[in-house]
Design a protein around this ligand. Structure first.
Ligand code: DX5
Ligand code: ZN
Length: 221
């Protein structure tokens, strides 16, 4: 299973979204798009029209993280729009199994995210319909928060569950990922790493992506 780096544009200059994505697209594996609706989380970012516009102008696979109410309605629409991976929060979904299947049915990889307080057992019934588990390593809503290392046992549990299925299920971490914290995440079994502020606050975002990859590869089991 390869290691993938998915920079988040949350802390990029959102008025220049295409250019900001282009700064990392040669070295990143995916681009992480944080959709927030000011209801599921207090913050508000962008929605489907902006994501569609971005998809029309870039080749890099879109890794959409929906922090919204009613993902059952909206998640399949992001898949239909051409997103590569669509992640929704289990705390918000009415029927997570149906929604995961609908994402796949529309041609995208399906993923469920868990807030820090949500137990890993919550995903057990849905593993056959998942391509990725997202373990939040901060409280969702903002970039630039400190990494919660208390989430590392949950990352290990996610990896164990993913492996026990015998399926190729990825484990993603999101929040506070840096050159210091990416190694412990990889060691715990994560293989997809979202990094926002460390990449876009860097004077050389693509060099930072490469440095993150080097650290993750050194620590991966
Ligand atoms: C937070 C978002 C993250 C955020 C990560 O709710 O889901 O994707 O952009 O930013 P950093 O890497 O700065 O914690
Ligand atoms: Zn995110």
């Amino acid at each position: 299973m390869g290691l993938l780096i998915s920079p988040s544009v949350l802390n990029a200059d959102l008025s220049r979204l295409h250019e900001e994505v282009a700064r990392v697209s040669a070295v990143a594996d995916m681009i992480h798009l944080d959709v927030m609706d000011a209801h599921f989380v207090p913050n508000l970012t962008f929605g489907l029209p902006v994501v569609e516009s971005l998809l029309a102008g870039t080749e890099i696979p879109a890794d959409v993280h929906l922090m919204i109410e009613d993902p059952d309605t909206w998640a399949p629409r992001y898949a239909e729009a051409g997103c590569y991976s669509v992640t929704f929060h289990i705390e918000a979904a009415r029927d997570p199994g149906m929604t995961a299947r609908a994402i796949r049915g529309a041609g995208a990889r399906s993923a469920i995210a868990l807030k820090p307080a949500t137990d890993i057992e919550a995903i057990d019934a849905y593993l056959p319909f998942l391509d990725m588990i997202l373990i939040m390593t901060v409280e969702p809503g903002w970039g630039g928060q400190p990494f919660l290392d208390t989430m590392l046992p949950k990352v290990r549990e996610a990896r164990r569950r993913a492996d026990d299925t015998g399926l190729d299920i990825w484990v993603q971490v999101d929040g506070g990922v840096s050159e210091d914290t990416i190694g412990p995440c990889a060691d715990a079994g994560a293989n997809v790493f979202v990094a926002g502020s460390v990449v876009y606050r860097s004077s050389d975002p693509s060099a930072t992506v490469q440095a993150l990859r080097t650290r993750a590869e050194a620590a991966a089991r």
